[in-house]
Design a protein around this ligand. Structure first.
Ligand code: BGC
Length: 501
């Protein structure tokens, strides 16, 4: 028989067991909740994986539609999603240029000032490049302030460098309708620039006036898009260079076209019978690629809303932001980033170089991913499995971007009948039917500095073209192509020589 104390012990034991049981149940319940939240984050990931997918067959259709748009853009103005702007460049440097030339390169994230000394036989004897990041106020201010700032920095640069060279190449990396090699009006801004009063202005004249205001006795000898500068430098070293591509803050391409193919301008007379066409492929919207909720959401917060669809899926101004939007969604759906996630609500807080660094972190514990989340987004102590998730998202976004850029490159080859499908003109094929060697010059930090991006792009070109044709295509990094090429074209156009393409 149990005494009173015995009953008490039993009751205490039972109480303990009940408490332990309740604690265990609470823990299990918490784990279930955490697991469910994790599953919700995984569901977001699965959705991103599906909606960002670019299988080869879909890419091939993107190639075909861009090539069709290119044909339409050559047939008439405003008939196409791509502008196919005529650049007034019908001569490219051939390596015989000599002398000292200056160039100003206005890109998406910065200004570059160059002094280049050219010698015979494609020799660059000397080059000096100064870089200056562009301030946000200038990107949104007045045209006068913008061009004054360029002119005064150029003046300082020339004063430091000595006043020898006279010809000036001007790379202006926005859509411009050119009237001549030395003039052209800005059609619109892209890459989040918005200097309203510059639209419709002759940008070469704006720079000339600012140079005069700053007491510089210098005028623009050649105005060009950055793709055209890149083509010039590519061609300087390799005559088989038929096109150039920029994949940096923005994206675009240009290529050498036969005048007869440019039906919108039938009386085009050039010495070479060819003209460089600036595709402006950033404004292409591939109908085969669905806009994801992240693309849509982000369209609402950028200056040119629904325009520049291709550019927004590919280029450096935007990729980091797409990733931020995915992480924000994950943070709303789950607690994978913890509770202190205000950083994720700030537009454009995650830059594309950070996205690249996250993707390229190959340490076992993804240390770099952790520090970027801490430093850029102020999210602390992110567990390893979430860091893996973050890396996977950056990978998916990179892959779609690189594969779409690859489709763009193949579309140009198709337009020129060099992709093996005979969809374009067959004239450029040699008589034996063996495709010609095609070199494509590529400039821009995404392709140059982000090796994963480069590998995905190269892989996709191979995938779309197949081995045999891909073997005839050379993708070449042309560093500082846009600025150096401007100096080269200034040299070509300020000399009396006649360098046919
Ligand atoms: C512009 C192009 C430029 C490209 C790359 C785009 O936003 O419209 O003119 O070539 O960016 O910088």
């Amino acid at each position: 028989r149990m005494g009173g104390a015995g009953w008490l012990r039993v009751a205490a034991a039972a109480g303990c067991a009940a408490v332990t049981c309740a604690l265990a149940t609470a823990m299990v319940a918490r784990r279930v909740v955490a697991w469910r939240r994790w599953l919700r984050a995984m569901a977001v990931l699965r959705d991103v994986e599906e909606s960002f997918a670019t299988p080869t067959e879909r890419l091939q259709r993107v190639v075909n539609s861009l090539a069709v748009e290119m044909f339409a853009g050559l047939a008439s103005e405003d008939a196409s999603k791509v502008r196919m702007l005529l650049t007034c460049v019908d001569s490219l440097p051939d390596g015989s240029e000599e002398g000292i030339y200056y160039a100003v390169d206005i890109g998406g994230t910065g200004f570059r000032f160059l002094k280049v000394q050219l010698g015979p036989g494609s020799t660059i004897i000397n080059q000096k490049i100064e870089r200056q990041p562009v301030k946000k106020e200038l990107m949104e201010g007045t045209s006068e302030d913008f061009f004054n700032s360029i002119a005064s920095t150029l003046k300082n640069f020339i004063e430091r460098e000595g006043d020898e060279g006279r010809a000036l190449g001007f790379t202006f990396s926005f859509p411009v309708r050119q009237f001549s090699i030395t003039s052209g009006s800005l059609i619109r801004w892209t890459k989040e620039f918005s200097i309203e009063d510059a639209i419709g202005q002759d940008v070469a004249q704006c720079l000339n006036e600012a140079l005069e205001r700053n007491g510089l006795n210098l005028k623009v000898n050649a105005l060009m898009n950055n793709t055209v500068g890149t083509l010039a430098l590519g061609h300087y070293y390799d005559e088989d260079t038929i096109a150039a591509v920029i994949i940096g803050a923005g994206t675009n391409a240009c290529y050498i076209e036969r005048n007869e193919a440019i039906t919108k301008c039938q009386c085009l007379l050039t010495n070479s019978g060819q003209t460089v066409v600036n595709v402006e492929w950033g404004s292409f919207r591939p109908p085969q690629i669905p806009l994801t909720p992240y693309d849509i959401c982000f369209y609402n917060e950028t200056t040119n809303y629904y325009d520049q669809g291709f550019e927004k899926m590919i280029s450096g101004v935007y990729l980091g932001e797409i990733a931020r939007l995915v992480f924000h969604k994950m943070a709303q759906e789950s607690d994978v980033f913890g509770t202190d996630v205000d950083g994720l609500a700030i537009p454009f807080i995650l830059s594309t170089p950070c996205l690249a660094a996250i993707r390229e972190d190959d340490s076992l514990d993804l240390k770099e991913v952790g520090s970027i989340l801490e430093e850029q987004l102020k999210i602390h102590n992110v567990p390893l499995k979430t860091r893996r998730l973050v890396q996977r998202v950056c990978d998916i976004i990179t892959q779609r971007a690189a594969r779409l850029a690859a489709a763009g490159i193949v579309a140009i080859l198709q337009k020129l009948g060099r992709d093996g499908t005979l969809c374009g003109t067959t004239r450029v094929r040699s008589m034996t039917g063996v495709p010609k060697r095609s070199a494509i010059a590529i400039d821009g930090c995404l392709y140059q500095e982000y090796s994963v991006f480069r590998e995905y792009l190269n892989e996709a070109v191979l995938e779309i073209l197949g081995e045999e044709i891909a073997a005839t295509v050379v993708l070449k990094v042309v560093e500082e192509g846009s600025g150096m090429g401007a100096a080269l074209i200034a040299a070509t156009y300020s000399s009396t020589r006649n360098n046919s393409i």
